[in-house]
Design a protein. Sequence first.
Length: 390
Amino acid sequence: MSILGSTKNTNEITLVFDIGSSSVGGAIFYMRSEGEPEMIYSYRESIPLERKLSFEKFFDLTLKSLETVAQKISLSGVGAPKKIFCVLSSPWYASQTRSIVLKKNIPFVFDQKLADDLIQKEILAFTEECQNKYSNIEKISPIELKNMLITLNGYPTEKPLDQKTTELEMKIFVSMTGEKVLSQIKEAIGKHFYSKNIRFSSFVMASFAVARDTFSHQDNFLLIDIGGEVTDISMIKKDILSSSISFPLGKNFLIREVAGILDCHLDEAKSYISLYKDGHIGDESLKKIEPIINKLKLEWLTKFQECLVNLSNDISIPSTIFLTVDEKLSEFFTETIKSEQFNQYTLTESKFNVIYLGPEAFGSAIVFRENVERDAFLIIDSIYINRFLK
């Protein structure tokens, strides 16, 4: 991993897997050295929903969905990829923006060796923190390092190397995951593609970078990613991904709770929710389901409010929200967030402005072959890889 990134030009067939907590997607696209990526094939497979969540069973089902996606792409006949990427969503990784501060009474030179030493020390500290927090995971390793900001003597500096200073501050984004998770993902992909050099990234970094560039007039905003099992909230201040927090209530929480309260199958609960949000449910069913949905919305909002308070740390919360969620639930969660009546009036300057990052949000930032499914998560992943991981 290099703090300064890579500038190698490419124009290659590239494969990306998007591994979430409700589904796994995959796409083949042309990575362009100049211009926008061109998606030529995409496919997404749901992860079977279990009534009771067991992490080991959940991971096994995720791997099976990944294998299905890999097989589908390998049989599509669109060509062999030169590069393979995996973009992980929660709960498959942990991440943090770390601050490194170094002050001396006499000037010192900020060179590559000093940068590497400071970064490695910080990565080791974060690794130990994750290892203690996730004690059930045998070994944790870093998968991603991004330089967010370097200041010398209090001033942001684009070319800091070999400069003299008495005060250095670095903000770096680091993400980690278990080595077993990495090895089993590689093994699943390896059944269909040569997978020796798979590159891993986090969805929070991909969505942050793409949202920041797509909506360049916004330098303060929240990112909310509602997955199957987890909701992630990240706060961006002055173009820096400053902090993140999550709570274990995603869209599957709605399905399980409805199924439990009504004592019905999960598929039946999905149908109730779908009919309710689309306004197609009968009067008798509406009387039965609406109080349940309102209760669950309030439970989700309560956790959302708690996270915003913990994120704020005596600073204002941005009112602009970029939302990523399954398209079928985008309007439901947009309205749910807008209905939050505490934090958006006390911690923000104005009411929440929720922008759904659906396929149409990215305009001409990516092009598609005919009949390619427009998958928002794979679009974000592909744009990110094309711009920043060449």
